[in-house]
Design a protein around this ligand. Sequence first.
Ligand SMILES: CC(C)(COP(=O)(O)OP(=O)(O)OC[C@H]1O[C@@H](n2cnc3c(N)ncnc32)[C@H](O)[C@@H]1OP(=O)(O)O)[C@@H](O)C(=O)NCCC(=O)NCCS
Length: 174
Amino acid sequence: MPLTFTLDPSVDRALRDGILDLWTEVTDAGGAVGFVAPAEREAVRAELVKHFVAMAEGRVRLLVGHDEDGRVAATAFLTFNTHRLMTHWLWLYTVMVHPRHQGKGYGRDLLTAAADAARGFDGIEAVRLTCRGGLGLERFYASCGYKEVGRVPGAIRVAPGDDRDDVVMLLPLI
Ligand SMILES: CC(C)(COP(=O)(O)OP(=O)(O)OC[C@H]1O[C@@H](n2cnc3c(N)ncnc32)[C@H](O)[C@@H]1OP(=O)(O)O)[C@@H](O)C(=O)NCCC(=O)NCCS
């Protein structure tokens, strides 16, 4: 069963707890979503609250995927630029699919839905994101149409002595 994607879902307790569970479980499974395992739930909660504040202020839009049991299974956050000369593209952050659902094509479905959402926003011509090197994620994003346009060597320190490249990927929409 494909996931059901919703742009701008209403934020209630089920959504909040569902994203929190997703984010911590993805991190604990080795996902590259801003933390390293083991995830500290309170630190993830604090980051999620920042996302909700940005959503309330209209700077961020949330795309969420639910599975057939109604559980939160995937997210992507679309973030507008505040710089006046960069309002024609947006950032995609916190792209994740629950470990139990990975490898079924849902990640690609999520990015298709994200690109469709971005196309629907006035004046948006491209989607940009960064990903952690060393995990093969460039291949995932390439399979969704993104091209690598930059790479900052060793910019992400996941552990002492383990620095990863910060890879910049871009999807033109026009
Ligand atoms: C990355 C992620 C979103 C991909 O979602 P998914 O549902 O597992 O991916 P899909 O099943 O849609 O795979 C689509 C394609 O990408 C490839 N792919 C997926 N994850 C990959 C990875 N980590 N490395 C290399 N290729 C990958 C698949 O093999 C598939 O290619 P194919 O069509 O040639 O078979 C998911 O694995 C995830 O949430 N990972 C943990 C969080 C994370 O690291 N997110 C990235 C933030 S930058």
